[in-house]
Design a protein around this ligand. Structure first.
Ligand code: PMP
Length: 380
């Protein structure tokens, strides 16, 4: 990695682990076969490698390999799940329950379905970012066809009470889907124990390559397709499989399974050190629940400071203001807004995301540089 820079934006994306890259490389040249070619060894070896990856991916989330559908990433997985459930439903206008702080990869498909008549309830969150289970319960009706609430928020790391949500959903026979893009590979996720019917995630958030992801579809759950043509992935997602990407995702999942706990312990200590260091600066506030949170994420507001100016003055430190996927807009973060954070404080907030290769030295240096930059901006 570039040694002059400090990368603390692992919620946006992660570097590919060298061990992942190593297993991917042969699939670009020597082993370039199409996993759907049934008549020769090139195809067979590609298919075998895809099936091994399917097992590795399934193992990480406690699923059966047959329940994994490979996609191009979490955006596609969310679209596939949400639109397919909504389409399958006919009769009265269906109703979906989601949450205001979801990623746009969930909110935008819902908004486009709303235009076609779907009714959506967006649950609010409290000042710590958590939904109210009573509010969820009272939003459920006989017309509810899906509940979609993420496990971990991409801006704050806040963890929703997913196991309790799924219990409530199950009592009413409502399918429960979760966008687990920020959670899988970082904290234990078990689809069976957590009662999940549909779960989406992406390789590039867990030290795998970009452009590949998966949707877990609980066996017995029937969904349609959004991309037709060839009937790949048991008809749920057609198109020649991205074999190198899938092989990489499989290896990334295997590595996460092996070292997730070790990574989390190490990162939590470093995250807490960074946070405690910065909270010493007057006017710094943490956004999001202190303990119900991913171990490697911190979202902080620096009162009176323009977050963008702070970022510009720290060009060697890669952190993000809100979510990278909505950075084209100048709106304050919809997540912080929903938590009741005033616009001015939301604009002064930064998201820190530590990762597997972050070092203690980097954290010390980043804390020092940030403190200095805040002091300088305040004295101007
Ligand atoms: N959901 C969440 C919570 C995310 O953080 C992201 C990535 N920013 C996505 C979905 C979209 O993932 P992808 O880039 O793989 O489509």
């Amino acid at each position: 990695m570039n040694s002059d820079r400090i990368y603390l934006d692992h919620n946006a994306t992660t570097p590919v682990d060298p061990r992942v890259l190593e297993v991917m490389l042969p699939f670009f040249n020597d082993r370039f076969g199409n996993a759907a070619s049934r008549n020769h060894a090139y195809g067979w070896e590609a298919e075998e490698s895809v099936e091994l990856a399917r097992e590795q991916v399934a193992n990480l989330i406690g699923a059966d390999p047959k329940e994994i559908v490979f996609t191009s990433g979490a955006t596609e997985s969310n679209n596939l799940a949400i639109k397919s459930v909504a389409e399958k439903f006919d009769g009265h206008p269906g109703h979906v329950i989601s949450c205001e702080t979801e990623h746009r990869a969930v909110l935008d498909p819902l908004r486009s379905l709303e235009k076609a008549g779907l009714q959506v309830t967006y649950l609010q969150v409290d000042s710590e970012g958590l939904i109210d289970l009573k509010e969820l319960e009272s939003a459920m009706s006989e017309h509810t066809i899906l509940i979609s609430v993420m496990i971990a928020n991409n801006e704050t790391g806040v963890l929703q009470p997913v196991a309790q949500i799924s219990q409530l959903a199950r009592k009413r026979n409502i399918p429960f889907m979760t966008d687990a893009t920020q959670a899988v590979g970082k904290i234990p996720v078990d689809v069976k124990a957590m009662g999940i019917d549909l779960l989406s995630f992406s390789a590039h958030k867990m030290y795998g390559p970009k452009g590949v992801g998966a949707l877990y579809v609980r066996s017995g759950m029937k969904i349609g397709s959004q991309i037709d043509g060839g009937g790949h992935e048991r008809g749920m997602r057609s198109g020649t499989l991205n074999v190198p990407g899938i092989v990489g995702m499989g290896k990334a999942c295997e590595l996460c399974e092996e070292q997730m706990q070790e990574d989390a312990n190490k990162l939590k200590t470093m995250r807490n050190k960074l946070e405690q260091g910065l909270l010493q600066v007057t006017g710094t506030k943490r956004n999001g629940h202190e303990s119900e949170r991913l171990p490697h994420v911190s979202n902080l507001s620096f009162e009176g400071i323009d977050g963008e100016k702070l970022l510009l003055s720290l060009s060697e430190i890669a952190v993000s203001q809100g979510s990278a996927c909505t950075s084209a807009t100048v709106e304050p973060s919809h997540v912080l807004k929903s938590m009741g954070v005033p616009d001015e404080l939301a604009f002064s907030s930064l998201r820190f995301g530590l990762g597997r290769f972050t070092t203690a030295e980097e954290i010390d240096l980043a804390t020092e540089k940030l403190k200095l930059a805040i002091e300088q901006l305040r004295s101007q």
